[in-house]
Design a protein around this ligand. Structure first.
Ligand code: ZN
Ligand code: ZN
Length: 126
């Protein structure tokens, strides 16, 4: 029962994240070369899906048009980056919780689980 709810929430969050990401992701892809900022792998074509936009200050609502808060990372390095900063993120959430919209915490908390889900997909080859 609880599992179903979590899955529902995750799929909701995924679609919210997807629509948000499409906006800044496209902008970031126009600004930066399609290379992971950590492992320096190049991306293009179908593989471009695996290149994600990381927010340097971890605030997904902070999207300056010059791209100064963005970094292109492949999903693996992105996942690493977030698990490394999990503690910092948690602190950030509580300290800014009052000034940011409450959907922020909603989106950020399931992120670790999401990354795991996303990891499974690209490995599937057609
Ligand atoms: Zn990478
Ligand atoms: Zn990130």
């Amino acid at each position: 029962m609880a599992v179903k709810n979590v899955k529902q929430i995750i799929s909701d969050v995924r679609s919210i994240q997807k629509s948000r990401e499409n906006t800044y992701r496209e902008r970031a892809l126009k600004l930066f070369p399609w290379i992971c900022g950590r492992c320096s792998r190049e991306f293009g074509g179908k593989k471009l899906r695996e290149l994600t936009v990381h927010h340097k200050d971890h605030n997904h609502d902070h999207n300056p048009p010059d791209g100064s808060n963005w970094e292109l990372l492949c999903i693996y390095c992105h996942d690493n980056e977030h698990s490394r900063n999990e503690v910092a993120d948690a602190y950030d959430n509580t300290s800014t919780g009052q000034t940011t919209e409450k959907d922020d915490g909603f989106v950020q908390n399931p992120f670790a689980g999401l990354a795991d889900l996303l990891k499974e997909k690209p490995q599937k080859k057609d």
